[in-house]
Write a protein that binds this ligand. Structure first.
Ligand code: KG4
Ligand code: ZN
Length: 355
């Protein structure tokens, strides 16, 4: 089965063709970085307009890459939420129109499920990687979310903990803005941190208690803002790299420690780290080290599968389709994931059991 995935929840317009066993046949992502970077963050109205402009060319490009194109699409999966409503609507409306006109099955996919199941994608030219079996602990760390899940099955995902304030990616982006580094901040800070000293400035580790799995990053952002108020933004290259490395090290340490704690509490020896921030080299390296020390097998998708893409949406959609699930053309988008609090939830966000 070939699934056409469509993603437009935030600032990437993406389309992909993926087989039901995860082989990526085509994967096209149009980024809106140039549109939003003058503002240091995403401007929702501009995002919707950019999606409208990009969606048809992106779909064409993806379909043209695969012999048979649209004729050989068996089903369509589209991001239903969470995300920016105006942005989501562009992808969802086109997915509904295509499904209706082609007479093909359609499924709405939770964007967060897409990130979690990106680990099962197989990209051309890449050696077959060892894949995790379910259940596993998933750390989803992106611009909009930072959360730990127990992933029991594709439709049985329990939220274990999440950030109490900023997402980790949001903290990277806000700090980069404070430092005048540009948008998105994560990749820029990642690059600078690689040549900085992580112990140059001692920022406090948030939520250090082993009693909670929750994250918090706004205090760290404030600590850095105070540091800049006192000392100014470093003019010297090395001092800037040191500041970035010290900030990044605290985020990484918090993410890794809570993930290990979650694995221990859940009695699991497999950890999947995914989402845009999982592209961070410091996080990848530290997670490998700590997982090895704790006997935990670590799985992180390649960076291209970590940041927003439509292949992950097709993958998560393929799981729903394989279970015989379908959505009719009347489903609505959702901006937040309000139901996914602590408990066991179906992939559409409805509660199975409160824990
Ligand atoms: O998953 P994603 O593409 O979109 C959301 O669903 O939010 O994640 C985007 C976030 C941004 O905050 C960006 O700064 C961050 O991921 N990011 C990184 C890196 N690459 C992207 N953060 C740290 N290091 C990176 N290399
Ligand atoms: Zn995302």
């Amino acid at each position: 089965m070939r699934v056409l995935g469509i993603e437009s929840s935030c600032d990437e317009t993406a389309a992909a063709l993926v087989t039901d066993d995860g082989e990526v046949l085509a994967d096209v992502v149009a980024s809106q970085i140039a549109v939003h970077s003058p503002y240091g963050g995403i401007v929702p109205e501009l995002a919707s307009r950019a999606h409208m402009k990009a969606i048809i060319p992106v779909l064409r490009e993806a379909l043209d890459k695969v012999p048979g194109g649209l004729q050989r699409v068996d089903a369509i999966a589209v991001t239903q939420g969470p995300g920016l409503v105006g942005s989501l609507l562009i992808g969802v409306q086109i997915a509904k129109a295509l499904a209706w006109s082609l007479g093909k099955p359609l499924v709405g996919v939770n964007h967060l499920d897409g990130h979690l199941f990106a680990i099962y994608l197989r990209r051309p030219g890449k050696e077959a990687a060892v894949l995790p079996s379910m259940p596993f602990v998933g750390l989803l760390v992106s611009g909009g979310h930072t959360a730990l899940y127990r992933v029991q099955d594709f439709d049985d995902i329990a939220l274990l903990a999440q950030t109490r304030d900023d997402a980790a990616g949001e903290a990277f982006d806000k700090v980069a803005k404070l430092l005048g580094l540009g948008y998105p901040g994560g990749p820029i800070i990642d690059k600078l941190a690689a040549r900085g000293r992580p112990d140059a400035i001692a920022f406090p580790l948030p939520m250090a208690s082993r009693k909670t799995l929750d994250f918090s990053f706004s205090g760290l952002k404030t600590a850095l803002a105070r540091h800049i108020q006192r000392e100014g933004v470093p003019e010297d290259d090395q001092a800037l790299a040191d500041l970035c490395a010290s900030f990044q090290a605290v985020i990484v340490e918090s993410l890794v420690r809570k993930s290990i704690l979650a694995c221990q509490q859940e009695g699991m020896d497999q950890l999947v780290i995914t989402g845009g921030v999982a592209a961070n080299r410091g996080l990848r390296a530290r997670a490998e080290e700590v997982c090895a020390d704790n006997g935990i097998r670590l799985f992180i998708p390649p960076p291209i599968s970590c940041t927003d893409n439509a292949a992950m949406i097709a993958m998560a959609g393929a799981c729903r389709l394989a279970a015989g699930e379908r959505d009719d053309l009347s489903f609505a988008v959702y901006s937040r994931d309000p139901e996914r609090r602590r408990g066991r939830f179906r992939s559409d966000g409805t509660l199975i059991e409160r824990t």
